[in-house]
Design a protein around this ligand. Structure first.
Ligand code: GAR
Length: 224
């Protein structure tokens, strides 16, 4: 439980299942993060994440890419929705589109993404499959700020997950996912507390608990 004060307004962008969205909603409802999901936006009409948000009474909007001539126009519609809801932090949660430079400029240093690998390894699609095929012994997940590149923005937090010999892409992805949910909520809370500072490529965490302590918790949880 975290202390009160004005809640950080989140906009969550999704394309699919929505387990990270659910983890964020749950964390906001239990008070683990001092934030509230103001709006959920998807580029996929029947994304399960949209249904999940609606069931929780959260505004959930499908923005149809086919009604927009370019990615930039699509993004302009999304930015407009986010602005109207006074969103302060944009969370990409399985959102499978690249953001335009306009979007990044509008929300510079206020967009986070979760990626299922230890960046900069295995960027892009099917990161868990890439790690297994490469023969990596560990991979994991990363929460990072979003810049103009593909999975290249400054890293906020990572959790390490070992690749087991018997892992399939499905079992490995499922294990990583539980850590995505944890570190995403933590990163959002650190942002809500105003403790993250971007210095070049590095994200520093101010305050009594250091980022390293958070990372140790994530590591310790899988390597007790
Ligand atoms: C998550 O594993 C997330 O890390 C990944 O998509 C999945 C979405 O699951 N995102 C990416 O690969 C982005 N490059 P969810 O819809 O259940 O949150």
């Amino acid at each position: 439980m975290v202390s009160g004060g004005k809640k950080l307004q989140l906009g969550v962008l999704v394309s699919g299942r929505g387990s990270n969205l659910k983890a964020i909603i749950d964390a906001s409802e239990t008070g683990t993060i001092n934030a509230v999901v103001a709006i959920v936006i998807s580029d996929v009409a029947d994304a399960r994440a949209l249904e999940l948000a609606r069931r929780q009474g959260i505004e959930a909007v499908f923005v149809d890419p086919r009604l927009h001539a370019t990615g930039a126009e699509f993004d302009a519609t999304v930015v407009d929705l986010l602005r109207k809801r006074e969103v302060e932090l944009v969370c990409l949660a399985g959102f499978m589109r690249l953001l335009s430079p306009h979007f990044i400029r509008e929300y510079r240093n206020r967009i986070m993404n979760v990626h299922p690998a230890l960046l900069p390894a295995f960027a892009g699609l099917h990161a868990q499959r890439q790690a297994i095929r490469y023969g990596a012994k560990v991979s994991g997940c990363t929460v990072h700020f979003v810049d103009e590149g593909v999975d290249t923005g400054p890293i906020i937090m990572q959790a390490v997950v070992p690749v087991l010999d018997e892992d399939s892409e499905e079992t490995f992805s499922a294990r990583i996912l539980t850590y995505e949910h944890r570190i995403y909520a933590r990163a959002i809370q650190l942002f809500a507390e105003g403790r993250l500072e971007i210095r070049g490529r590095r994200v520093l965490c101010h305050g009594t608990d250091t980022l390293q302590q958070y990372e140790k918790q994530a590591w310790g949880a899988i390597n007790p």
